[in-house]
Design a protein around this ligand. Structure first.
Ligand code: CMP
Length: 140
C-alpha cells in the first residue's frame, strides 16, 4: 500500500557528499521525496528522536554522532515505502549489509552507518511528525 517513511542521511553521508547519489537510489526504487530539509541537530533534538533507545548502551555515542554535523532529513512516499527504504539501506551494521545497499557502499561502522529509516508504519508517522508539520509535506 502507499506509505510514507522518515529517512535521515547521517553526518557521515552528508560529509561524503553523496546526498544526490542516495536520493537517486530512492527515486529509482519508486520513492518520492515529499518533504526535505537539512539540519544540524541539537543534543535535545537527537535525544528526543532516539528516545526509544535511551536505555541502550550505545545511546550516548549515537546522540554524539548524530549531532557531529549536518544531516539531511526527508519524507519518502511510495508503495511499501518503509520496507523499500529498509531494503535500500541494508543491515544496520555495514559489515553485515548486502552488496549494493547504501550502508554497504557508504557506511563505515554501526554508528556511522550513513542512513536512518523508520522501522514500521506507526514509527514512521511518529518520526515524520517529529521533524515536519503537515504544511511542509507535499504529496503529489
Ligand atoms: P538507526 O537506524 O539510526 O537507529 C539507531 C542507531 O543506533 C542505529 O541506526 C545505529 O547507527 C546505532 N547503533 C549503534 N549500536 C547499535 C546496536 N548495537 N544495535 C542497533 N543500533 C545500534
Amino acid at each position: 500500500s502507499l506509505e510514507r517513511t522518515l529517512s535521515i542521511l547521517k553526518p557521515d553521508a552528508v560529509a561524503k557528499n553523496v546526498i544526490g547519489e542516495i536520493y537517486s537510489r530512492f527515486e529509482k526504487a519508486g520513492l518520492k521525496v515529499i518533504a526535505a530539509r537539512m539540519a544540524w541537530l541539537s543534543q535535545s533534538e537527537a535525544e528526543g528522536f532516539y528516545a526509544v533507545h535511551r536505555e541502550r548502551p550505545f545511546f550516548k555515542d549515537l546522540v554524539s554522532f548524530m549531532t557531529s554535523g549536518p544531516v539531511m532529513i526527508q519524507v519518502l512516499e511510495g508503495e511499501n515505502a518503509v520496507l523499500t527504504h529498509r531494503d535500500l539501506m541494508g543491515a544496520t551494521d555495514p559489515k553485515k549489509a548486502a552488496p549494493g545497499t547504501i550502508r554497504a557502499d557508504f557506511a563505515e561502522s554501526i554508528d556511522a552507518n550513513a542512513v536512518h529509516g523508520s522501522d514500521g508504519a506507526e514509527t514512521a508517522a511518529v518520526e515524520i511528525a517529529y521533524f515536519f508539520p503537515s504544511s511542509q509535506i507535499h504529496s503529489r
